[in-house]
Design a protein around this ligand. Structure first.
Ligand SMILES: [Zn+2]
Ligand SMILES: [Zn+2]
Length: 374
């Protein structure tokens, strides 16, 4: 089967790999129909995730059809259309039973990290009864794919950890896929204002379309002053950090008001300062973490009822054969106006899969940009 394989810092290949097989009774093999690239995959590509070894199939977000199940799988059978959670959980270890499957001692975020992942024609999903969710007929595969990681992450780690209340003033700092997912999810709680900060005008436009009431371009580094002015010096009730950078970490600390909450979603590859000397007196709560994806069933219901539409985060679609081109486009997300890219695993695109040379990639990108311009 074809798969995207990490080959060490700054090198991935689209290549032939052995098809996975059932190893445990609780496993399922899923034939991937759609997968996508996450910011975390870009961090892996840059060599920023030490647990990922060369030779690993990457990707932790996917939807597909169950191909086979182990003897212990009760809830799924071959032919079922499923969402694959980015979190693997045994359901019985101490952390799983405490409601923290993201810290499962036999799981957590392992797909496309310490075990082979979803950017492949087939993937082995351990503890399938806990890690798979059936896709109802009324929900498209593309929309379902947004529930593998980004929408639950925006909701659980941003909005719910931020304890957003009716009438709150909320700021989301960083309008990448997960920041925008938080903007979508925060609408469930009827905040008074949703202020979104980024330096990319296209992403700020999209933020407006999915529910931001105010957008601020921080290219001049004056977002803090603008937010304090907007709130009459009071600051915001909830500051959601969704970029994982020391600068955005500083911004959320400076805009949070008395009794406010900081919810950190961003993944940091370097340390960031925490200014307790100015925060302590304001009675601030700070939370951070990894998504548990326990909200997937609720999100499925809200999509079915028409209250949530994550399809608006999808900007690009590629056949799987062009996976490396998609990586290039995602790496230049600002220039390419890319948010969430879908990789379609239809048969034709897999057969044509090939490894591109540098100049071929440049040509493909030019063609792609021209096509988008039309
Ligand atoms: Zn992801
Ligand atoms: Zn567990």
């Amino acid at each position: 089967m074809k798969a995207v394989v990490y080959q060490g810092p700054n090198k991935i290949t689209l290549q032939e790999m052995p098809k996975p097989s059932l190893l445990e009774g609780s496993d399922a093999i899923v034939r991937i129909t759609k997968t996508t690239i996450c910011g975390t995959d870009m961090a892996i590509l840059k060599g920023g995730v030490e647990t990922v070894d060369a030779g690993r199939i990457i990707g932790h977000e996917g939807v597909g059809i169950v191909e086979s199940v182990g003897s212990g799988v009760r809830r799924f059978k071959p032919g079922d259309p499923v969402i694959i959670s980015c979190i693997t959980s045994c359901g019985s270890c101490e952390n799983c039973r405490r409601g923290l499957p993201s810290s499962c001692v036999d799981g957590g975020w392992i797909l496309g990290n310490t075990i082979d992942g979803c950017q492949a024609e087939y993937v082995r999903v351990p503890f399938a009864d806990n890690g798979l969710y059936k896709i109802p007929e009324s929900i498209s595969e593309e929309v379902a794919l947004m529930l593998s990681d980004i929408v639950p992450t925006g909701l659980e780690v941003g909005v719910m950890n931020g304890d957003v209340q009716f009438g709150d003033v909320v700021a989301v700092v960083g309008a990448g896929p997960v920041g925008l997912a938080a903007v979508l999810a925060v609408q469930f709680f009827s905040p008074a204002e949703v202020i979104v900060v980024d330096i990319d005008e296209h992403r700020l436009d999209l933020a407006k379309q999915v529910g931001a009431t105010v957008t601020i371009n921080n290219k001049n580094n004056d977002a803090v002053a603008q937010i304090l002015e907007l709130t009459n010096g009071r600051g915001v009730d909830v500051a959601i950090e969704a970029a994982g950078h020391p600068l955005t970490c500083k911004v959320v600390q400076e805009i949070v008001g008395v009794g406010g909450r900081i919810a950190n979603i961003g993944v940091y590859s370097q340390s960031a300062e925490l200014h307790k000397e100015s925060l302590w007196v304001k009675n601030i709560t700070i939370r951070m973490g990894v998504v548990n994806t326990t909200t997937i069933p609720l999100l499925i219901k809200t999509i079915q009822s028409g209250k949530l539409d994550p399809s608006r985060l999808i900007t690009h679609r590629f056949p799987f054969a062009e996976a490396l081109l998609a990586y290039d486009i995602f790496a230049n997300a600002g220039r390419e106006q890319a948010v969430k890219l879908i990789l379609n695993m239809d048969k034709a695109s897999v057969i044509e899969a090939k490894v591109y040379q540098e100049d071929e990639l440049v040509n493909l990108i030019v063609q792609h940009v021209m096509a988008q311009a039309k």
